[in-house]
Design a protein around this ligand. Structure first.
Ligand SMILES: Cc1ncc(COP(=O)(O)O)c(C=O)c1O
Length: 381
């Protein structure tokens, strides 16, 4: 029996994609080989990577002056590659400036790496309220090499309500946990990146979309594997790319195209998220700690309205365990913030969300009156 997997990533893949991959496991496209066995430079693999890029360009609406890369190293390696390539300087030169908005743990990691190579300016932060909102972001200083945001904050469940203005400064965004979840105006960004393991495919592939004028700025000492110019020149084949992951990304993109693309996907995602938020806002037991203006469509943390004490831990543990028993798995919140979290990426069917809400309604009835009383309030993570 397949479960509904609410993991923040790696997470669910569409069932038709898995079934097709299974059917093609030993003989893909009549080649008599698995994609895992193909030479990445062969005529058998070429159409697979080209198909993935073509579909990604079409579905995400990537303008012609942007390059698409399929790399390795996860989104985490982009925390280093972006400053190295866009803000790195030759030895002895004065460091460049970078502007970043601090919206949570992933933004902080991007900042920590960037600060190794450049002078970092944090334009705004929502740390004062445990990152439960997106702060108003001032325009970056014009001399910044780039302006970095984390579009969707997987751990705390916030998403930027709109793309911030960056003037002439290239906007760099980590879109790992929201890529392809709804339409996005790529032309507003200088560089976008995402680890595949949420909305694109299996872990191991990172997609980078970069505007052409930003390629070729890395100083000479940056290693080859970390240079956008080399990866672009070699069309993601400087070394062996993550072939199987790229193949699955192609299948996921075909699934998404057949579904109606990002307009249709966005509509489904808004419906799924609204069901959960509406339930949380009216529940006597659970609530969302996130400001309504910037709630994520993909990652929905929730906490007990009862705020303190060992009882809370006990109830949370029971919730996660009983949900798993009911086929609703991976509902524990991130280890750094606790509570619970439902990640409902593109592949989570509406039925999974409905099953979760039914379970929560049933569970709510098992919690004693004192945990649900109106004197408790939702205090935030
Ligand atoms: C927003 C965001 N950025 C970066 C990462 C790190 O990704 P990776 O494990 O691919 O390096 C994650 C992982 O969950 C994430 O959610």
């Amino acid at each position: 029996m397949r479960v509904y997997n609410f993991s923040a990533g790696p997470s669910m893949l569409p069932l038709p994609v898995l079934e097709r991959a299974a059917a093609e496991m030993t003989d893909a496209n009549g080649t008599g080989q698995s994609v895992m066995e193909m030479s990445h430079r062969s005529g058998d693999f070429k159409p697979i990577i080209e198909n993935a890029e073509t579909l990604l360009r079409e579905i995400l609406g990537i303008p012609g002056n942007y390059r698409v890369l399929f790399l390795q190293g996860g989104a985490s390696l982009q925390f280093s590659m972006i400053p190295l390539n866009l803000a790195g300087v030759e030895q002895g030169e004065q460091k460049k400036r970078i502007t970043l908005v601090d919206t949570g743990i992933w933004a902080k990691k991007a900042a920590d790496e960037a600060a190794k190579y450049a002078e970092l300016r944090v334009a705004a932060s929502s740390a004062d309220k445990a990152y439960t909102y997106i702060p108003p972001a001032p325009a970056p200083e014009p001399e910044s090499a780039y302006y970095h945001i984390t579009w969707n904050n997987t751990i705390v469940g916030t998403k930027w309500p709109a793309i911030p203005g960056a003037g002439s400064v290239p906007l760099a965004a980590d879109i790992s946990s929201a890529i392809l979840s709804e339409p996005l105006d790529v032309s507003r960004f200088g560089v976008l990146y995402a680890g595949a393991q949420k909305n694109l495919g299996p872990a191991g592939t990172t997609v980078v979309v970069i505007r052409e004028d930003l390629i070729g700025r890395a100083p000479s000492w940056v290693p080859a594997m970390l240079r956008y110019d080399i990866h672009c020149k070699e069309a993601s084949m400087y070394n062996t790319p993550p072939c199987y992951g790229i193949y699955i990304i192609g299948l996921v993109l075909e699934w998404l195209k057949n579904l109606g693309g990002l307009e249709a996907m966005g509509k489904i995602n808004r419906k799924k998220a609204a069901l959960i938020y509406d339930y949380l806002d009216s529940s006597r037991a659970f609530c969302s700690p996130v400001d309504k203006s910037c709630r994520s469509l993909m990652n929905i943390p929730f906490i007990l309205r009862e705020t303190e004490g060992p009882q809370k831990k006990e109830i949370e543990g029971r919730f996660v365990a009983e949900a798993a028993g009911a086929g609703l798995v991976n509902l524990a919140g991130h280890r750094l913030v606790g509570g619970m979290r439902a990640s409902i990426y593109n592949a989570m069917p509406l039925e999974g969300v409905e099953a979760l809400i039914r379970f929560m309604e049933r569970f709510e009835k098992t919690i004693g009156e004192n945990q649900c009383s109106a004197r408790y309030f939702c205090r935030g993570l």
